[in-house]
Design a protein around this ligand. Structure first.
Ligand code: PMP
Length: 293
């Protein structure tokens, strides 16, 4: 199915306090957010008409904004309400939710003293799966990216800020042009960090290892999955993982709001178990049930 371009769709977008027609949600090309990546955003999913962990996502949006110095001119409650109303207005039950706050057109250059802050929320329902469903079932093929996650005193790693995403985009493009689904990103020290838009986990027997989120986003899905698998009796160990350690694991998977739980089939020439009788597969189903419960 052909996906409609994002700048020409039916429906509504909440922008700066009002619901407006989707195609009227515009900003000028001379916009601070576009030129200097002065923007922060969220990625959320609604299941059966309810956003999973909506309040946590809004809190992270405000925290991201605070870290990069953007003062959102709304309350968290107003944003939570706007998200829910928008989903109803769009008649969606299951959809992706994208709030974004950015510095606008009142001022150019790097100074922010006169910059206007804009906030918008859009929802769409054609990201049923972030990766193609057949690729999720078979597991993704990853290649190590030449681009690294920077240290936390170089980039605001706790903020979901647009700027650092260009590293993810370059890594994703590197992977796709080489015929892979996604890239594994190492950090500035050479430890395993994450995928381009999702956190990473490794399984060995009843132990699950995942990198310490000290220079990348501690994903809301990551935290949810740690709780979920701990309750199932697995021992989750957060540690610095070296690339040469990953051939000791049986299974690996990515977690993220868009990616949900997605098994990994290989990283470079290291392969992992995938399929119906793996823990990956079991966790995918558990997560599916959890977010809908
Ligand atoms: N890392 C990156 C770079 C991401 O873009 C995302 C998706 N927001 C994640 C991790 C996972 O975060 P979450 O589970 O909160 O969606």
């Amino acid at each position: 199915m052909e996906i409609a371009p994002f700048d020409n769709r039916d429906g509504y977008i909440w922008m700066n306090g009002k619901f407006i027609n989707w195609n009227d949600a515009q900003c000028h090309v001379i916009t601070q957010g576009l030129h200097y990546a002065s923007s922060v955003f969220e990625g959320e999913r609604a299941y059966n008409g309810k956003i999973f962990k909506s309040e946590e996502h809004t809190k992270r949006l405000f925290k991201s904004a605070e870290i990069v110095g953007i003062k959102i001119p709304y309350t968290e409650a107003e944003i939570n309400l706007a998200k829910d109303e928008l989903i109803k207005k769009m008649n969606f039950t299951d959809c992706y939710v994208r709030p974004i706050a950015w510095r606008g057109s009142q001022q150019m250059g790097l100074s922010t003293s006169k910059a206007d802050i804009n906030v918008a929320i859009a929802v769409w329902n054609d990201w049923a799966s972030y990766f193609k469903i057949e690729d999720r079932k078979a597991g993704l093929k990853l290649i190590t990216s030449p681009w690294k996650r920077p240290s936390p005193d170089t980039a605001p790693s706790e903020a979901k800020a647009s700027g650092p995403y260009v590293i993810c985009t370059m890594s994703k493009e590197f992977a796709e042009t080489k015929g892979y689904h996604d890239a594994l990103m190492l950090d500035y020290r050479g430890f395993v960090a994450e995928g381009t838009g999702a956190n990473i986990f490794f399984i060995k027997d009843m132990e699950i290892h995942t990198p310490i989120p000290d220079c990348f986003l501690n994903g809301i899905t990551r935290q949810t999955v740690i709780e979920m698998v701990t309750q199932k009796g697995f021992n989750v160990i957060e540690r610095h993982i070296k690339p040469e350690d990953i051939n000791q694991y049986d299974e690996a998977f990515l977690t993220g709001t868009a990616a949900e739980i997605t098994p990994i089939q290989s990283i470079d020439d290291i392969t992992f178990n995938t399929g119906d009788d793996t823990r990956n597969f079991e966790f995918m189903q558990d997560y599916h049930n959890l977010v809908r419960s």
